[in-house]
Write a protein that binds this ligand. Sequence first.
Ligand code: HEC
Ligand code: HEC
Length: 292
Amino acid sequence: MDSKELNKIAAAALCAGIAFFAADEIGAVLATVRRPIEPAFAIAVPDAARAVPPIADRLRTASAARGEAYAAVQCSACHSFAAGGPVIVGPDLYGVAGAAVASQTGYDYSEALQRVGGRWTAARLDGWLTRPASFAAGTKMGFGGIADPATRADTVAYLLTLSGPVRPAAIAATPAAATAALPPPSPEQVKAGEQIAEAQCSACHSFDKGGSAMIGPNLYGVVGRPIAGDGSYGYSAALSAHHGPWTVAALDDWLLKPQAFAPGTKMGYPGLASDTDRTAVIAYLRSLSDPR
Ligand code: HEC
Ligand code: HEC
């Protein structure tokens, strides 16, 4: 097979990947028909963080070929990318997009990565590659991360071409990925998350123990609670269709784009695109529980 043909195959696979993730976009467009409530007051978000468009948008202009070239330089000392390729320092990455996290055959993953649960969606690959050590504290992937959002998108685009037909990246959380074993978030993250939540979520949610439902359910103790699990609140069928607990990973997918996570959800909030902000809000949510 010549390289032109390979390019065509890569392009076709990338299109399939984009079409798959574009479904998220359609949901987002529908979601914006109902205008989200404006934050009550502005909070300081670094411009760089605010400016990063969601991965689904960046994938439209991403290049799998650029990603492949980048990966050859930055990743190939540790990863093979061919079907049935060998373990080097890390696992073979063929088919990783859409696969369960830490599930490549023949590789001995860190507990940190095994605890993450769920599947490698484009959004999660993007989050992981931003800073592996933040995504899964304690991971043994000795790689600092890809700071440039466009390069990250190129790399994700390349990984999407390595899956054959892109597998449905079911976002469902797994019970095994409960958050109990995660290290506690830093007080700074909790504080930053509280400020974001106050500005962006408190019009619809209360956060205090025993607080009443507003437009959305009370969020005290939501981390680890079954999805749509507050018996006193009337959830949409869309959210109720999800099973399993609110893990950190599931919350991250949800808050990135509620309409993509649960198309038809009645949470009229477009999502929190900044990885840093989502991490902070989730840190805050984790702080809202009784000591165990
Ligand atoms: C210094 C070696 C090293 C480099 C460089 C490196 N990785 Fe990794 N990678 C690892 C190791 C080790 C793991 C397993 C992590 C664990 O178990 O905690 C891993 C895991 C992963 C996983 C998760 C695999 C799974 O099955 O869940 C992905 C995706 C990944 N790496 C992508 C990349 C990409 C893309 C690059 C380049 C931009 C890269 N890595 C660079 C060592 C590396
Ligand atoms: C415009 C109102 C609104 C805003 C703003 C909003 N939410 Fe919601 N939220 C809802 C509604 C309504 C639901 C119930 C969704 C359903 O049943 O489909 C919900 C559900 C949730 C759930 C699931 C709770 C459960 O018990 O399963 C979480 C977690 C959540 N929101 C977090 C947040 C966070 C964090 C923010 C801010 C970053 C936020 N929400 C902003 C209205 C809102």
